[in-house]
Design a protein around this ligand. Sequence first.
Ligand code: AMP
Length: 207
Amino acid sequence: MLGSIVLFGPPGAGKGTQATRIVELTGKPQVSTGDMLRAAVVAGTELGVEAKGYMDAGELVPDQVIIGLIKERLKEPDATSGVLFDGFPRTIPQAEALASITDVSAVISIEVPDEDIVGRIVGRRMDPETGDIYHISFKPPPPEIEDRLVQRKDDTEETVRNRLDAYHEQTEPLGSWYRSRGLLTPVDGSGTIAEVGDAVASAVIGL
Ligand code: AMP
């Protein structure tokens, strides 16, 4: 039986957007550490207070914090047949911890060149009422909701550079780590949202 799936790729690759498609296809719940951390920041919990400084600076939150969060999440009843991880794991210690607590069946890697990433992230906007994600050029919002859209605090050009550095230094090596374990399925992430969605869907169907 198909266990958990990891959606892997740089910030702005479209992991959150494509996760919806995989959830529809597999019925597995999406587990996004970024979304969980943002909810903790808004709720003002101890975790949120600790994570906020790292997130605002575009740095990774320490492994032990993230691993603890995931261990708790995987105890929920909807996680028993595996989940779709989005934005986790981001370091080799996180991947090692994950391997010891759950079965990872596949890692879908959305590959996007660096030069495309900044434009994708800086143009990203969120609808706070629905959580829907838009892009001012690639996925324009309906005009009637434009005024209420917000930009993530870490989606500015300056922070994106730090997030990309963190990605290259700490997260990218995980690609080879998973490849050497026969789990990595690369997908070309440079097309339109629909094109990438089709490529992701074929990868998932082929698992
Ligand atoms: P994301 O929404 O996945 O881009 O995550 C936003 C921010 O949350 C990242 O820049 C990190 O500061 C933090 N974060 C999310 N997931 C992780 C993770 N797996 N490990 C460390 N930090 C994370």
